[in-house]
Write a protein that binds this ligand. Structure first.
Ligand code: CDV
Length: 325
């Protein structure tokens, strides 16, 4: 018996600064229902899928010392609970349709959470929700790109490093949908370690949402290569770890900033098996055989047989001596 799962990659077009959460959730519901019509068991939404990409604005009156002043608008972009009343319809519909989903959002933690450390944190987060509408996995972004302080020379800001902490939790995998699932968020997809850490835990499908502006201010020579680099890293991550990768964009022109679309479902062979053709709300689907992962995990990328971790210590040694193993 094969372990096949029909997956929907639910690309979003732009979300405006004044769009309400309720309006956005209606768009997500439309895509979730479209997924159900296409036989999907899982629908994957992008990074920060409930709001506009707010790190493009300097939203507080702080300085190098950090966020300060009136944080009312900044805080309004974060979720303080998940699910919450505005997002609950998505969970209810998932349960009714028996379609799970993956959702990215900004998380403001509760300092009184008994499982927390007594302080409040801001994370760029994604959750995996099963076909019963239950959260079965949570991931907080590890690689945070951009900058910490207002840089007026840029056409737009990318203040992710001001508004989000780097998660110390790393990359877990989750048994769900009859397989082993992992999550990563946007910039994480450019780092080989992201896939390898999950590959070492037997991951069979990595879900990745992204917001990638076509204009990269620190080095505009990379602008025409955005689409190439996007697929390059996800296809390599899939192939080198024998895993499916589902990369889902929030694309199009959002508040004047043009972002990459190119949502894609990638097989363990590294081949793109489905790809979005628009830059707006669009669902692309693929029937993914999770057993296909074994073909790569048991042959070329048989980690136990062929990996040489004793020669890679430079990668994880926090005080490396170049050349030492
Ligand atoms: N949201 C992101 O993480 N975006 C980055 C951009 C800023 C380079 C990305 O890696 O696509």
């Amino acid at each position: 018996m094969t372990r096949e799962i029909v997956v929907g990659a639910a690309q979003l077009g732009p979300i405006s600064r004044d769009d309400t959460r309720a309006e956005v959730v209606e768009r997500l519901l439309t895509l979730l229902r479209r997924g159900a019509e296409h036989g999907c068991e899982l629908v994957v939404f992008p990074e920060l899928a409930l709001t506009t990409f707010f790190p493009r604005w300097f939203l507080d009156e702080g300085d190098e010392a950090g966020i300060a002043g009136d944080t009312t608008e900044l805080d309004s972009y974060y979720e303080t609970a998940m699910p919450n009343p505005v997002v609950q319809p998505l969970f209810d519909e998932a349960k009714r349709l028996k379609v799970g989903f993956h959702l990215g959002y900004a998380e403001l933690t509760d300092p009184n959470d008994p499982q927390g450390d007594g302080t409040q944190h801001r994370y760029n987060t994604a959750i995996l929700v099963d076909r019963e509408g239950e959260i079965v996995g949570r991931y907080r972004k590890v690689h945070i790109p951009g900058h910490e302080n207002h840089e007026p020379w840029r056409n737009f800001q990318h203040l992710e490093r001001r508004y989000f902490e780097e998660s110390p939790e790393g990359f877990d995998v989750h048994e769900a949908f009859g397989g082993v699932f992992g999550m990563a968020i946007c910039n994480d997809r450019r780092w080989p370690e992201t896939y390898r850490v999950m590959g070492l835990q037997g991951v069979e499908m990595v879900l990745i949402g992204y917001n990638t502006p076509l204009n990269y201010a620190p080095d505009p020579s990379q602008n025409p290569l955005q689409a190439f680099h996007n697929h390059l890293v996800m296809q390599a991550g899939a192939y080198q770890n024998g895993t499916w990768v589902v990369g889902v964009a929030k694309g199009g022109i959002e508040e004047g900033v043009e972002s990459l679309a190119q949502t894609a479902i990638i097989a363990p062979s590294g081949q793109v098996v489905a790809q979005a053709t628009t830059i707006g709300d669009e669902l692309v689907t693929a029937r993914c055989d999770l057993d296909m992962c074994e073909r790569y995990k048991k042959t070329l990328f048989d980690f136990d047989r062929y990996r040489r971790p004793e020669t890679y210590s430079l990668i994880t040694n926090l005080n490396p001596t170049p050349g030492a193993t």
